[in-house]
Design a protein around this ligand. Structure first.
Ligand code: ADP
Ligand code: MG
Ligand code: MG
Length: 199
């Protein structure tokens, strides 16, 4: 079973990973965006870290809803509301249980990815974070490691795609040949989950 501390450690691992990879995320957002994805997420996850270090919420659901709210208020842009929705909807689905099963987490994440798809209107193949998140939640029934692999493969597979959503879509065919920054950060988030589960 996964308790509030597991979710706290997941968010802290994600924050550390975003810090390590911020420059790369911003560099990916440079040719097909506005070169702010790394700094956007760094700002959001710094706020999450600060809140968790001050007073960690008592339940898995509360850790994720608080984190999602902070991403919405601090990140802005396209990715803030989308990642905020991902975490908030996952947290909401977990309710106020003190512990949740891996299966409950997988179900909650699947529902949250559907909410992200609905909010952003992106389908798989549109060259967005959805291209990493959908294969990740599809593989989550097997293992966290499989989800991590699926997310990383999904992110890499965005390179040859033409963007159909978000800023990168303004470039039309010129968006081809670049890996999507949001799919890349989604793979980091899922990798942080897998690392937390393995620790
Ligand atoms: P902005 O484009 O507002 O500067 P970011 O740079 O933080 O925001 O995030 C860009 C990422 O957001 C993209 O790489 C893409 O993965 C994701 N994204 C943008 N629009 C959408 C959308 N409509 N649906 C899903 N993901 C999206
Ligand atoms: Mg950007
Ligand atoms: Mg921006």
């Amino acid at each position: 079973m996964l308790d509030a501390d597991f979710f706290r450690r997941w968010m802290l691992a994600a924050a550390a990973s975003v810090d390590r990879e911020a420059e790369r995320l911003t560099a990916l957002d440079s040719p097909i965006g506005d070169a702010d994805h790394g700094t956007n997420l760094q700002r959001g996850f710094a706020a999450i870290r600060e809140a968790l270090e001050k007073e960690p919420p008592a339940t898995p659901g509360a850790v994720l809803t608080q984190s999602g709210r902070l991403l919405i208020s601090k990140v802005g842009g396209a990715s803030g509301p989308l990642y905020g929705t991902l975490l908030r909807r996952t947290g909401k689905a977990l309710g106020d249980a003190a512990e949740v099963s891996e299966e409950q987490l997988a179900d909650a994440l699947r529902a949250a990815v559907d909410a992200v798809r609905q909010l952003g209107g992106a389908a798989p193949g549109d060259k967005t974070m959805v291209d990493a998140l959908v294969p990740a939640v599809d593989a989550l029934g097997d293992s966290f490691a499989a989800a991590r692999r699926a997310a990383e493969e999904g992110a890499v597979a965005t390179t040859p795609l033409q963007a159909r959503k978000g800023r990168a879509s303004y470039l039309g065919e010129r968006s081809i040949g670049h890996q999507d920054p949001g799919a890349t950060s989604s793979a980091l988030l899922i990798a942080a989950l897998a690392e937390t589960a393995e620790a």
